[in-house]
Design a protein. Sequence first.
Length: 286
Amino acid sequence: MKNILLTGGTGFIGKNFNNILKNKYKIFLLVNKTKKNLYLKNEKNINYLFFNDVNEIKDILTKKKITYFVNLATHYTLKDSDKDIIKIINANILLPSLVISSLNTKYLKKIITIGTMMEHSNNSKYYPSSFYAASKRSFEALLEYYKLRFSFLKVINLKFYETFSDKDERNKIIPTIKKNYTNNKNTKISSTKLSLNFLHVDDIINAIEIILTKKITSGNYQIKAKKFTKIKDLIEKFNKKNFKKINCKFGNEKLFQINYNLKTLPYWRQKNLIEIKFDSIINGKN
């Protein structure tokens, strides 16, 4: 059984990654001790590597025979206060850089990390919409250094748009609609024209597993839903089928939709459509 080092295991994708792949790989979770209470103990094939300070990472990892490093750690915010900048740099640049420099490259074969389509605002090759997006591109530049230094490594950076799942509790649009629907409250939506490109977390994990198992050339790849879905259409379709309606109020904000095409990840196909999943998610039938 091959070893995976995972960062970002407390996040939305990370938790699902553990649940889906823990029976196929031996997973080492690198975890800050401040988040220790977010983890379950004694899970099959999951080993916890707790650290108090980033200076401990090298000693923790040097002797580990890690085959794949999957970096899902991130700090996401659209703010750029001093505190936010420090958190973004620590999570998005410092942590993964220290991890890579600490791993024994005798065993390491692939590095998989996640970028963001927010790097491509204005539908441009590079137009970061926030400091967060700029930090992702900064680490992407550092990956070029690791590609040159360790030419035998496969380094893959994966990008996508909006994410969802059947049991999503984040402060995102779909779980917000569900929460307000359950509590008989109105949901405020920025515009009748709001369209998002939704990918189910299972399809994202499938993409990562493809990278783990297939011969994929180093580089940046995109996974993308077949179409952008208009939120207004989802709600109207739901309300036609169900006695209890979703109550919402649409604004008239000006929208800037990112729709930039990158190289598509080979072998990957979308399996879960928001149009099919939406009804059961809102009604809590999962």
